[in-house]
Design a protein around this ligand. Structure first.
Ligand SMILES: Nc1nc2c(ncn2[C@@H]2O[C@H](COP(=O)(O)OP(=O)(O)OP(=O)(O)O)[C@@H](O)[C@H]2O)c(=O)[nH]1
Ligand SMILES: [Mg+2]
Length: 342
């Protein structure tokens, strides 16, 4: 365990000062127990730093629960916190025992006992450290969505052209290829709505079945249910994706029933391969046809409805005191720059 190696190495570097050998021995023993415990506590904190305040957003929490199981991360973090508390107690106790030890042998055995307990505390949370590291790595590969910002989640069956459309609509440059599950995790691009900045989320494809859902599908479904202000459901009616129109429409209807609070806009893509009379919006990510039309429909979905625009709301609600001018900066002292100027 590298945490223990580091802790014991740091502890052994202690160079105590003292008049007599006995004083130096006692101080060395004290430094060993205190430093080894403190190093482990610092490492445990570092491992969990991604989850320290303010913590995960609800959407990140849902992504992690989908990938690792409900409560798995929370339990690991709780065990790490408990281990930290036990190690703090151990450090205090061991320091006291070192203070009371009456011989070099006794000092040695107190240090060994402390190291032994420290090792077993760390080993007990081995698996939890691994979980926390895994989840940190998992989140490092997911975009940070701004909570509360207008969010369009582009979803649908695999290979239908979701990523191609996301590239058309936003600043994102996702991987596009002619096979299913090219996109394996969510990605985000941005677009200007005119009145706000829109987050456009690309998702992995979802097959219509309700069982044997893979992790990529699970992630897409979480984005639909937990991140979307509006969902853009992309349908490929041409059959080139490898899925029938009927199975795609069945998923669309299922989602409409499952997420009644989320508007789901449906659009047919690959219109360059031939248009058909369907009554649906039709676009082509390849040629751009129909995309202006789609933008109009999207803007209508996101436009603030009947409420005050956010700026006026903010001005109206702000108490007078907060709109007062900022106080004048303190006078500068000659020959010395104020710290804030640096
Ligand atoms: N002709 C035509 N082909 C398209 C269009 N949009 C996408 N394609 C092609 O369809 C294939 C799949 O496109 P992607 O954008 O990767 O599809 P996806 O839905 O993101 O696929 P997954 O990530 O695997 O679910 C690629 O070969 C694209 O070039 C379109 O409007 N017209
Ligand atoms: Mg894709």
């Amino acid at each position: 365990m590298e945490i223990l190696d580091t802790a014991f190495r740091r502890a052994s570097l202690a160079t105590p000062h003292g008049q007599t050998k006995a004083e130096r021995d006692r101080l060395r023993a004290k430094l060993k127990v205190v430093r080894s415990c403190a190093t482990v506590v610092r490492h445990l904190r570092l491992e969990a730093r991604r989850f320290a305040k303010p913590g995960l957003t609800p959407f990140e929490g849902a992504l992690v629960a989908g990938a690792y199981g409900d409560g798995v991360l929370d339990r690991a973090l709780l065990r790490l916190r408990r281990a930290e508390e036990r190690i703090r107690d151990l450090s205090r106790e061991a320091e006291l025992r070192v203070r009371r030890a009456s011989s070099a042998e006794e000092l040695g055995s107190e240090v060994r006992a402390c190291y032994g307990r420290l090792s077993s505390f760390v080993r007990e949370v081995d698996r939890d450290i691994e979980v926390v590291r895994d989840v940190t790595e998992f989140l490092r590969h997911r975009p940070r969505l701004e909570p509360g910002a207008p969010t369009l989640v582009v979803a649908g069956f695999p290979n239908v052209g979701k990523s191609s459309l996301v590239e058309r609509l936003s600043s994102a440059h996702p991987r596009i290829a002619d096979y299913p599950f090219t996109t394996l995790s969510i990605a985000v691009g941005h677009a200007d709505l005119g009145f706000d900045r829109l987050q456009v989320v690309d998702t992995p494809g979802v097959l219509g079945r309700s069982h044997r859902v893979n992790l990529a599908e699970e992630e897409a479904t979480t984005a639909v249910g937990k991140a979307a202000t509006v969902v853009l459901f992309v349908i490929d009616p041409t059959g080139t994706a490898g899925y029938t129109l009927e199975e795609q429409e069945a998923l669309l209807e299922r989602w409409r029933a499952e997420y009644p609070g989320v508007p789901i806009l449906d659009v047919e893509t690959k219109a360059d391969l031939g248009r058909r009379a369907s009554g649906r919006m039709q676009v082509s990510a390849t040629t751009g046809e129909g995309v202006e039309n789609l933008w109009s429909a999207l803007r209508a979905q996101f436009e603030p409805k009947g409420e005050l625009p956010p700026m006026e709301e903010a001005v109206e609600e702000a108490p007078d005191a907060e709109i007062e001018e900022a106080p004048a900066p303190p006078p500068r002292r000659a020959g010395r720059r104020a710290r804030n100027d640096a």
